[in-house]
Design a protein around this ligand. Structure first.
Ligand code: ATP
Length: 326
């Protein structure tokens, strides 16, 4: 059994719906097991500038349904430096914090890994990002909500697309990962998804058009993952204007609407389970692992794997989308 008496919790990087449900679960599970909890505001930045407050069970009341993060989030250049991390460690010790729970994406977990190694502190990571791009977990906190937001936007855009016989390119988030675009396309009944994982494998735009799209339909929707590799929806639309001028093309960039909003039940449940698991992990003397979900079971994924390994896209899903869009 560990002798951790006080944990600190922070959210870092981009906000994601369900982060509040995770903060609530971590806080309450820790208090349930007799630990003190400190809320660290604005991620690593607040750890350096000492924005640290006591968290009691009522501090996390009435937040499970709220998007964003009550702890605020930030990006901190200073935390990337040895001096910045030294300040962060001093503040941690001054507040009596023995262990950290970090909720964020791969950048945040990279920072956590370096900090944990430098100061020999137990840190548990929770995958908080809408991109679903962390290896070792079937889903990340916020992904399901973002996916549902995308699908409801696709449904609305389809009304216009079909009324005008138009070809719509809808850009979704995901940076270097096509999970939102691919699954958003499947759930939204879109004709295709252009994703970074397949950029070097085939010409996805040419394939989509050559496969007879618009031969059987009067409108088409293609989801494009925001990425330098895909060129984004604007880049793809420019290409269509040049190479296939017969199409009436429109672009919609969904942008930050994908990050906000009330978390879905799935995200709240995932965040709650992962939050409890973070405290379980600390009590089992686990350190420097990310909590993941694999086949509906909680798993511990070493930071090194979660960050470094590339989470593959399921090739079968790409085939399924192709088949279903005839
Ligand atoms: P999202 O997936 O939403 O972008 P993220 O966690 O990947 O979230 P980043 O901006 O990449 O977001 O990282 C968040 C913070 O983590 C950075 O501002 C920085 O403070 C810290 N961080 C990232 N990489 C490192 C690193 N190599 N060393 C130290 N700290 C880092």
């Amino acid at each position: 059994m560990s002798n951790i008496k006080c944990i600190g919790i922070l959210t870092s990087g981009g906000d994601a719906p369900g982060m509040n449900a995770a903060i609530r679960a971590v806080t309450r599970a820790a208090i349930y097991h007799g630990m003190n909890v400190k809320g660290i505001y604005r991620g690593y930045k607040g750890l350096i500038t000492n924005e640290i407050l006591d968290f009691k069970t009522q501090d996390v009341s009435n937040i499970i349904q709220r998007g964003g993060t009550i702890l605020k989030t930030a990006r901190s250049e200073e935390f990337r430096t040895i001096e910045g991390r030294a300040k962060a460690y001093e503040n941690m010790k001054a507040h009596g914090i023995d262990a950290l729970v970090v909720i964020g994406g791969d950048g945040s977990l990279t920072g956590a890994r370096i900090f944990a190694q430098e100061y020999d502190i137990p840190i548990i990571g929770l995958p908080g990002t809408i991109d679903n791009d962390l290896y070792g977990t079937d889903s990340t906190i916020g992904y399901d909500t973002a996916l549902n937001t995308i699908v409801s936007a696709v449904d609305k855009i389809r009304d216009t697309a079909s009324s005008h016989d138009r070809l719509f390119f809808i850009e979704v988030m995901g940076r270097e990962a096509g999970f939102l675009a691919l699954n958003g396309a499947i759930a939204g009944g879109a004709e295709a998804a252009i994703i970074p994982e397949y950029m070097f494998e085939k010409d996805q735009l040419a394939e989509t058009i050559e496969n007879g799209f618009r031969k059987t339909k009067n409108s088409s929707i293609v989801l494009v993952a925001e990425s330098e590799l895909t060129g984004g929806a604007m880049g793809v639309a420019e290409r269509v204007k040049k190479e296939y001028p017969q199409f009436d093309v429109r672009v919609t960039i969904l942008g930050h609407v994908q990050r906000g909003g009330t978390p879905t039940a799935n995200d709240r449940i995932l965040a709650s389970r992962m939050g409890v698991a973070a405290i379980d992990a600390l009590m089992e003397d686990q350190r420097n692992v990310m909590i993941g979900i694999d086949n509906d079971k909680i798993v511990y994924v070493p930071f090194s794997k979660a960050i470094k390994e590339h989470k593959p896209i399921d090739a079968k899903l790409v085939d399924d989308l192709h088949m279903l869009s005839i």
